[in-house]
Design a protein around this ligand. Structure first.
Ligand SMILES: [Zn+2]
Length: 256
């Protein structure tokens, strides 16, 4: 029941994030938010704005002009629903009193919200917002400190995350990755800490390499084109945060 309530709460957060993302794209929508169809401008009613449900009931089309609604809306809502419930799943097994668990869960939900906005921006505009990145670094540092309890594992986590990105960004003249990726890597290194950061990097580079290869082979991308790397780093961080210790134990078991 708790998870279901948190999932619904996450859907609502996702719906709010979609409004925030629209504000970044177009300042004129800042006043109206998502209350108008961006295609036909028709005013949307409460029934058109229920997270996920409206999209499914309208079969992904505007009720008024029948033009497709961007799949960004339901994807962001669903992602936040799952991530919000998962945050509590992770933190509720963390050995601390209930107050600390609730604070940690709230911080993690804020972190995931920032990451979702950053992913959408990176995918749609190949852009990483400085302000959001700095906020992310601050929240990740607070979470990391409360969760892992040691400054040294955070520091080593951050350095381990940043070095491979630096090596790839600067020699390539920012062709493969941007400076924005460094800030995100730093934040995520603080979030997952050492040694889980290895799981994050392995997942991000293997995932990015595979998807990149598929895009090149299917001629959807050129070997020289830049790939939005934030989604891969975030996917890696999620794997590291939820399954990092398990995967490291499995890997070390294999190699010994
Ligand atoms: Zn419309």
């Amino acid at each position: 029941m708790t998870y279901f309530v948190l999932f619904i709460f996450g859907l609502v957060i996702g719906s709010f994030l979609n409004v925030v993302i629209a504000r970044f794209d177009d300042l004129s929508s800042a006043v109206t938010g998502r209350s108008k169809c961006p295609k036909c401008g028709h005013k949307l009613h409460a029934g058109d704005l229920i997270p996920l449900v409206s999209y499914l009931m309208l079969a992904g089309k505007c009720r008024y002009c029948k033009k497709p609604i961007s799949y960004q809306y339901p994807v962001v809502e669903l992602a936040m629903g799952i991530l919000t419930a998962s945050s509590w799943f992770l933190i509720s097994s963390f050995g601390a009193d209930l107050t600390t668990q609730i604070i940690l869960t709230k911080i993690l939900i804020v972190i995931f919200s920032l990451l979702v906005i950053l992913i959408v921006q990176d995918l749609s505009e190949m852009l990483v917002s400085d302000t959001l990145s700095y906020l992310l670094i601050i929240f990740a540092a607070i979470f990391g400190f409360m969760y892992w309890g040691e400054v040294s594992v955070l520091a080593i986590g951050a350095i381990t995350a940043v070095v491979p990105i630096l090596v790839l960004v600067y020699p390539s003249g920012e062709k493969w990755m941007g400076k924005g990726d460094i800030k995100i890597a730093l934040a995520l290194g603080l979030l997952v800490a050492y040694p889980n950061v290895w799981v994050m990097l392995a997942t991000a580079f293997i995932g990015g390499g595979l998807i990149g290869a598929i895009l090149i082979l299917t001629k959807k991308a050129k070997p020289t084109s830049a790939v939005p790397f934030v989604p891969f780093l975030v996917a890696g961080a999620i794997v590291a945060l939820f399954w990092g210790e398990y995967l490291l134990r499995w890997y070390l078991g294999l190699s010994s």
